[in-house]
Design a protein. Structure first.
Length: 317
């Protein structure tokens, strides 16, 4: 095997030398020289330096006779041998390096596959969370818009950050304008039930935020124009979440207050009619005890109205 490799490397050079031999000594044949040269190349190719040195001594004179520089031929053969050795070393290094590269590539591919799977799972979970959040926000907005009371939410500084349509209707302020204002803004014109101006310190929302407690059923009037007041009952509750202030609920009570005022006026008219009537009016309960008597009735019986209240019917017989 080694000889063949060496011959393959040196043969082009040998052909040149054989041609030189034929030119200088055409009557001699190079057959024996070729055989001897092949043997020498086998020895050199297999690394048998000692044998090659012995052959060098015997062949040097012969090659010189033919005009061939043996030392040059030896160097060429040695170069060929070294090339083969380095080639084999290179092949071994390349094979080892290729194996290492393949292992490293496999590790990297496994790492990439693992990380890709993790990222895909993370993306899927994030999309699921975003979908849930979007769904919850939609439900939250639908709830706010469907409840029959006005709702406003403030941040920790008291700035209005969210409200629903009912709040805008009750307060008479568009949603964008409403959320631009602070809950204690001077732009609000609020009055007490007695008609006097209500200061911001008495607002349910301001008190709830300042005192950090629930403040309920504070009645106030929103002045919207001359002789136009919307009456509301307000409850405010602190929100236990970072960045939030209070949740404020508004219930319009304008019609209820109007009905109460109408009832009081009617009762006052009835009372005046009864008290000024010339006829006696006497009211007793199921146990025949007196619950009401007008001045005319009391005078007929010789009692004061206050003396008659609570006495049974038979006490006057």
């Amino acid at each position: 095997m080694g000889g063949d490799f060496g011959c393959k490397i040196i043969h082009p050079l040998f052909d040149a030398f054989a041609h030189d031999i034929e030119r200088k000594a055409p009557h001699r044949r190079a057959i024996g020289l070729e055989h001897l040269l092949n043997r020498l190349l086998v020895v050199l190719d297999e690394g048998l330096i000692e044998q090659a040195n012995l052959l060098q001594v015997l062949l040097n004179a012969t090659f010189t006779a033919f005009g061939i520089d043996f030392s040059r031929l030896h160097r060429l053969a040695t170069v060929g041998r070294n090339r083969r050795v380095f080639s084999r070393l290179g092949e071994g290094f390349q094979a080892e390096h290729s194996t290492e590269l393949r292992l490293r590539q496999a590790e990297l591919e496994a790492m990439v596959a693992t990380r890709t799977a993790a990222l895909e799972l993370e993306v899927a979970e994030r999309r699921h969370a975003e979908a849930e959040l979007s769904d919850n926000l939609a439900k939250h907005r639908a709830f706010l818009e469907s409840v029959p009371i006005g709702i406003s939410i403030t941040d920790a500084a008291g700035n209005l950050i969210e409200s629903n349509r009912e709040a805008a209707r009750i307060l008479g302020v568009p949603k964008a304008e409403h959320e631009r204002r602070a809950f204690d803004s001077l732009e609000w014109q609020i009055i007490r039930p007695d008609g006097t101006p209500m200061p911001a310190t008495e607002y349910a929302s301001v008190r709830a935020l300042r005192e950090n407690r629930r403040v309920e059923n504070i009645e106030m009037g929103i002045v919207k124009g001359p002789d136009w007041v919307t009456w509301i009952s307000v409850t405010a509750v602190p929100i236990d979440a970072p960045g939030f202030g209070v949740a404020i609920g508004y219930v319009e009570i304008t019609e209820r207050l109007a009905a109460q005022q109408s009832l009081r006026a009617s009762e006052e008219r009835y009372r005046k009619i009864v008290e000024t009537a010339q006829e006696g009016i006497w009211v007793i309960d199921a146990a025949t005890c007196t619950t009401f008597a007008n001045p005319a009735m009391a005078a007929m019986l010789g009692y004061a109205v206050e003396e008659m209240l609570g006495l049974p019917l038979f006490a006057f017989m």
